[in-house]
Every structure is written in C-alpha cells, then in structure tokens.
Design a protein around this ligand. Structure first.
Ligand SMILES: C[S@@+](CC[C@H](N)C(=O)[O-])C[C@H]1O[C@@H](n2cnc3c(N)ncnc32)[C@H](O)[C@@H]1O
Length: 207
C-alpha cells in the first residue's frame, strides 16, 4: 500500500489538486461549534485537508507515504505530521476530534477495525469523529473481483470497500452515532481533469 501511494505522489504530486474536500469545511464548522481545540487527520496525504483545520485548531496528521509528507511540509507547515501507519496509535496524547477522508475504504475488514480502534484510542472521551469513505451507491461498487463482502478489486491491483448505511454504522458501533449522509464529490486535479464519486460520511462521538 505504501509503495502504491508513494509512487503516485512522487509521479503526480498533488493528485487531488490544492482545494480541500467540502466535507473538511463542513467538519471544521461542526468542530468550531463544538469547541474543539485539537484535530487528528489519519491518512493525511499531502495536507490538502489538514490545511482547513490547522488555521483554527492544533492539527496532527498521520501519513504512511514519505513522498506525500514532503509535499505536506511545503503545503501546510502548521500541521504536525507523523510518518507512520494510522492503523496503530501514533500520538501519546488524546485530541478532541478526528477527521478521516477516504482512508477507511482502502482496507480489508481487519485493518478497517484497526483504523477505527487506533483513531478512538487517540481521541478523548466525548471527542468527535468525522469519517468519509466510498458509498455502495458509487458506480464502482460491484465491479471486478470480490475480495470480501462489500470489497471489490474495481481496478487492477486496486481495491476498496463500498459502505452501505448499515455497514458504516456497524463499523462505528460502540460510539454515539450522530448521523450519516451520502455525498457526491468531484475531485479536480491540477491538470484540469475531474472525477466524480459517491461518498458516505459519518459523524459520531466517542462514549
Ligand atoms: C485516498 S488518499 C486520501 C488522502 C487525504 N485524506 C486527502 O484527502 O487528501 C489515502 C491516503 O492514505 C494514506 N495511507 C494508506 N494507508 C495508510 C496507513 N496505513 N497509514 C497512514 N496513511 C495511509 C495514503 O498514503 C494516502 O495518502
């Protein structure tokens, strides 16, 4: 996984452009309302979304790819990035909120559990979770070889898990689920290409 992303970041640079996801802006609004002071972003990439948070909150990013982190250091110097796996606890303290954009669907079931467990371990009781991932309404759902229930190798060598509402809620059982939503997102590369896909997001609170 690390090699795949590092090769892409080294080759393509800011793969998804320099604009944040609208979900990061929505998360920031919610975090401000709730008095959040610190935010963790697992799978932070090159800092496209951390930059939304780092002007208002103390922000920490965890990212596996060194190539992404080289870009991130330039793009968002206010966030404190850690190179390592978001499937394990990396911070030895707890934050007020976790925002995680399109990372959860990259993994098979056991690793998805590890990502959520590690995120909860680094979140204070009462802290907020905002996760996005592919929805089962996305056209790639069901394409290619099925690896596990809901997980497909939809492009050669690339797989993702596609979440139904019930499945996403089951992943976050044990938290207080505040709501879920389906969201159509358009990604724009710096080269002017765009790609639409359908996400499912969840907002929850750690009990
Ligand atoms: C689809 S990209 C999303 C990047 C970022 N959230 C954004 O929207 O710009 C997935 C990211 O997760 C990172 N990643 C994959 N596995 C990881 C892991 N185990 N720990 C931390 N980051 C990981 C990849 O290197 C890549 O940056």
């Amino acid at each position: 996984m690390s090699e795949y992303w590092s090769d892409r970041f080294a080759r393509e640079g800011m793969i998804w452009g320099d604009q944040p996801s609208p979900t990061a802006l929505r998360a920031r609004e919610w975090f401000v309302e709730q008095g959040v002071q610190s935010v963790l972003v697992p799978g932070a990439g090159y800092g496209r979304n951390t930059k939304v948070f780092s002007s208002d909150f103390v922000t920490y990013g965890i990212e596996l790819s060194g190539a992404a982190l080289e870009l991130a250091a330039e793009w968002d110097s206010k966030t404190q990035f850690t190179e390592g796996s978001a499937l394990e606890r990396q911070l030895d303290f707890r934050v007020d909120a976790v925002y995680c954009y399109d990372v959860l669907h990259l993994f098979l079931a056991e690793e998805r559990r590890s990502l959520i467990t590690a995120s909860l371990e680094q979140l204070r009781p009462g802290g907020l979770l905002y996760f996005t991932s592919f929805s089962d309404e996305d056209p790639n759902n069901g394409c290619g070889r099925q690896l596990e229930q809901g997980t497909y190798e939809y492009k050669e060598g690339k797989y993702a898990h596609f979440f139904s509402d019930a499945d996403l809620r089951t992943h976050f059982a044990g938290t207080e689920i505040i709501g879920t939503e389906v969201w159509e997102e358009t990604l724009h590369s710096l080269q002017g290409e765009s790609h639409k896909y359908i996400l499912r997001e969840i907002r929850a609170r750690k009990k």
